[in-house]
Design a binder for this molecule. Structure first.
Ligand SMILES: [Zn+2]
Length: 414
């Protein structure tokens, strides 16, 4: 099947969403349950109505727009992404998947394409966790990961809860259990998203097929030595946590290269030092280590080696060390059968693809215990994201949309 996505429509939709921002001329800022969100929602709902989709707004505000299949009771094939942005972010993160999903629905309708399973476009509320300090609100509610009490406890900096914001927005979160999706309701969830990194743009590949979402391990290391005069303290009598930290930081970088897989990354991104003076040996140094990979076993192995090294180096420099676990996340593998389906579609269209991992999580990942999950990445120019400079070429969105559409066709027709 050869169906074209409409370049001009995709561009018009994206540029329309650009208008709904609370920070005009300084990137796009659209937090959930705000005026900008309301206007953006009206736009997409209107576009969904134009093509005759069956629209349901759920209790937390996710917009679900369905196209019936021949078998009304068959589980749905779902696509979609989020409408919200970070503070002064870009106009492609989230919206790319919404707009390409919408365009895919138009192709279905305009060409009278019948599927066996229903097809649904979903627009998730509150993915970024930028206003309310918790990401994936809409997709977590839909997959039963957040309940009413959770929504009352998730608050923004003004102390307003998601629950209250949703009520003020005209929603009824008390009803949310009605909208929780179970594995019998859904056949697949496939999300198109901008890559938010450099790889596709750098390698000039238009489509990324996501095979996994990286897990992570985060440590905070506190090294305590003895602060002293930098001029008066001989080298052999020092207990210097700065030197200790430096050796550990280099080790993190080296060990990831030596013992990690090609997808392992390790970063020391934050460091504090007391007293932080030019003429004093540091007394205390605190820093973080962030290890990520698609393979949990590799994360564990590298972390163990780092911890061993911290102890050795600290002992050598006569510095006290404390290691705190400050965060972890399990890696997620995406559906092999959806990966194969996307690959087949791309081969039939002669499109170059790259199998890749995602360093960031997305709405679709919340569906991992409910259904098969797939993700299509389109290139982010220069890898920029969450900034006003964020850009994805419209021809790449068009291509991404066509791959998304044909993947949905294959999944919904089987
Ligand atoms: Zn996003």
């Amino acid at each position: 099947m050869e169906m074209n996505a409409n370049y001009d429509r995709i561009k018009k939709d994206i540029e329309e969403f650009r208008k709904y921002t609370s920070t005009p001329d300084r990137g796009c800022t659209r937090f959930p349950y705000t005026k900008e969100d309301f206007d953006a929602r009206n736009y997409i709902i209107n576009e969904m109505k134009k093509i005759g989709l069956n629209i349901h707004i759920d209790a937390i505000g996710n917009i679900r727009a369905r196209l019936d299949g021949k078998d009304a009771n068959a589980p749905v094939v779902m696509t979609g992404s989020h409408l919200d942005t970070v503070f002064q972010g870009g106009i492609f993160d989230g919206i790319a998947g919404v707009v390409c999903g919408l365009e895919a629905m138009r192709i279905f309708v305009e060409n009278n394409i019948e599927t066996n399973n229903p097809v649904e476009l979903v627009v998730f509320v509150g993915e970024e966790g930028c206003d309310f300090d918790s990401p994936y609100i809409g997709s977590k509610v839909m997959t039963g990961r957040l309940g009413i009490e959770d929504l009352k406890n998730i608050k923004n900096k003004d102390g307003n809860s998601v629950y209250d914001a949703a009520v003020d927005f005209g929603l009824n979160p008390e009803e949310l259990s009605k909208d929780v999706i179970s594995s019998t309701d859904i056949k697949a969830m496939i999300e198109l998203h901008v890559e938010q990194s450099l790889v596709l743009d750098y390698e000039n590949i238009p489509i990324g097929i996501v095979k996994g979402i990286a897990g992570l391990k985060r440590l905070e290391i506190e090294l305590e030595g003895v602060a002293n005069h930098s001029g008066a303290t001989p080298m052999h009598l020092r207990q210097d946590p700065m030197v200790t930290a430096a050796e550990i930081i280099c080790f993190v970088n080296n060990i990831v290269g030596q013992e990690g897989s090609t997808s392992t990354v390790g970063t020391v991104g934050r460091i504090e030092c007391i007293p932080n003076l030019v003429n004093a040996i540091a007394g205390k140094v605190t820093f973080t280590i962030d290890i990520r990979d698609i393979d949990e076993e590799v994360i564990e192995r590298v972390t163990k080696l780092i911890i061993k090294k911290i102890k050795e180096v600290s002992k050598f420099h006569n510095v006290k060390s404390e290691i705190h676990n400050i965060g972890s996340g399990t890696p997620m593998k995406l559906s092999n059968s959806i990966i194969k389906t996307i690959e087949q579609v791309a081969i039939s269209k002669n499109i170059k693809t790259k199998l890749m991992n995602s360093g960031a999580g997305h709405d679709a990942c919340m569906f991992k215990d409910v259904t098969d999950v797939g993700m299509i990445f389109v290139p982010s120019v220069n890898g920029r994201s969450h900034v006003p400079e964020e850009f994805t070429r419209y021809e790449d969105l068009q291509l991404g949309c066509e791959v998304l559409f044909e993947t949905i066709v294959k999944l919904a027709k089987q």
